[in-house]
Design a protein around this ligand. Structure first.
Ligand code: 5AD
Ligand code: SF4
Length: 478
């Protein structure tokens, strides 16, 4: 691969630096004059991998594409521009993305003017970028998480100057307000409250790919929430890698409990938030969540491991006992709360006994839902440099046992809903069966149900007839 002087490639060392420098806040956005009509008579397709932060970024990408006159399509075969917004959290995500780009090779052969752009967290990874540039000439545009606002000028160069554009900043990042947004949901919306992460859990790539923790000003967030309410949105989810730390990077007068309360007062029917790190979970947050009907009784509280020594190696800054104390406080203070979690098995050197400690916590908490993963070494992170004699086979066995264990409790929790009536916000037809509707309860339980004259975005009372591990079945009560 011949590197070009105008390419800006990722630099992991730069990405991990944290300074005391004030972050820049940019609140006006204009599409450069020469890029304003690039999209006229052109179609774009976006493919999104990974977490909600990426989903929300794709909505900004779509908003920027719309502002250049492009039109969004669902059929990739028709697209003039394909954007692939990637995730770097585990290795398997990378293989999936490379597979998808490989599939687009045919489209590129048929239409050499097709622009294939790759962005998101994987673009921030040195190794991935090298491999992509070398092996995938069909990728004409590659940009990072800090370069989204530059999409118009980059596309201009690709389309009119026929350049291959690579622009990946590795830095702490800024806060951009007022970037255009094309929301994909009509009744549920994502609201970023902060960007980046400073926790540097030893296994995690996010602080390197998304920069320093940067909270948005509360006024800006509340303005967005008010607008969403006016537009008729029924549910918002406040997003951040660790929402509990909201505002700590601005000053002491800011905190998440206050933000949550102010959002609740605006009166959107449903407010959710994700993700909460057990470390900064405050009593004030519990009070606010318990006090407002429109803050959903559902907490995603990543455990990662139930063993205090592994937690220390992970840099999580809580022990098994502290997690359980917090869990107990949550279930005492928030009526009918549901709790979900993330768990990693096979962290370097995790012993059978340490894994048992994770199972102990699962058995104690009986989580409503869990996202479970085998540790995946991320290049550049401290955990990726730790020696790891535990075989993949052992890790797979642990994952299977963990899944069997939490599934059993999730089913038990779900069965407690049988015979009860719940309020469901309707998403539309069930994905698997177009004769039943689906939606979620306040506790974030997926419900498939029958009924008549039901619209997406309605709140419906549903009587629960049956329960499965991952969903509830019921019928609407007229
Ligand atoms: N390997 C496996 N799982 C990981 N996660 C984050 N980094 C890794 C990794 N290197 C999981 C954590 C996190 C979730 C989003 O992904 O459980 O909470
Ligand atoms: Fe990663 Fe830890 Fe930050 Fe979550 S809190 S994004 S796991 S570094």
């Amino acid at each position: 691969m011949k590197k070009r002087p105008e390419w800006i490639l990722p630099d992991l060392k730069e990405a991990q630096k944290r300074t005391k420098k004030q972050i820049e806040r940019i609140d006006s956005y204009v599409v450069p004059e020469n890029a304003r009509s690039i999209g006229v008579n052109r179609l774009y397709f976006i493919s999104t991998y990974g977490c909600q932060a990426n989903e929300r970024d794709s909505e900004t990408l779509a908003g920027i594409m719309d502002s250049m006159g492009f039109t969004k399509v669902e059929d990739v075969e028709k697209a003039d521009v394909i954007l692939i917004n990637t995730c770097a959290i585990r290795d398997n995500a990378m293989e999936k993305v490379l597979g998808e780009i490989g599939n687009f090779k045919r489209l590129y052969r048929e239409n050499p003017d097709l622009v294939i752009g790759v962005c998101g967290c994987m673009a921030q990874e040195e190794g991935f970028v090298e491999r992509l540039l070398e092996k995938y000439p069909q990728v004409r545009l590659l940009f990072g998480t800090h370069n989204i606002h530059q999409l118009p000028e980059m596309l201009y160069s690709v389309i009119y100057e026929k350049k291959r554009v690579v622009r990946i900043y590795s830095r702490e990042g800024e806060v951009y307000e007022n970037l255009p947004v094309h929301r994909f949901g009509k009744h549920k919306a994502w609201v970023n409250i902060m960007y980046g992460c400073d926790k540097f859990c030893t296994y995690c790539i996010v602080p390197y790919t998304r920069g320093k923790q940067r909270s948005r000003y509360m006024d800006e967030i509340l303005k967005e929430v008010r607008e969403l309410k006016e537009q008729g949105y029924k549910e918002i989810t406040l997003l951040g890698q660790n929402v509990n730390a909201y505002g700590k990077d601005i000053d002491d007068s800011y905190d998440f409990a206050t933000l949550l309360e102010e959002c609740a007062k605006i009166g959107i029917p449903r407010i959710r938030f994700t993700t909460s790190h057990p470390w900064d979970f405050s009593d004030e947050m519990l009070d606010v969540i318990g006090k407002y009907e429109n803050i959903m009784p559902f907490i995603h509280l990543p455990l990662q491991s139930g063993d205090s020594d592994i937690l220390k190696l992970m840099g999580r800054r809580y022990t098994q006992e502290e997690y359980i104390t917090l869990y107990n406080k949550i279930i005492e203070r928030i009526p009918n709360v549901a709790v979900s979690t993330d768990i990693i098995v096979g962290f370097p050197n995790e012993s059978d006994q340490q894994f048992e400690h994770t199972l102990d916590v699962v058995k104690y908490c009986k989580f409503d839902n869990a996202f479970t993963f085998i540790f995946s070494p991320r290049p550049g992170t401290p955990a990726s440099r730790m020696e790891d004699p535990i075989s993949l086979e052992t890790k797979k066995k642990r994952l299977a046992l963990l899944n069997k264990t939490w599934n059993q409790y999730a089913l038990e929790r779900n069965k407690a809903y049988i015979g009860k009536t719940v309020t469901v916000l309707v998403d539309g037809w069930s994905k698997k069966n177009h004769t039943v509707y689906s939606g979620y309860t306040d506790t974030n339980k997926l419900v498939n149900f029958t009924g008549n004259h039901i619209q997406t975005g309605d709140f419906v009372q549903v009587y629960i007839d049956d329960a499965k591990t991952f969903s509830l079945d019921g019928h609407a009560i007229e």
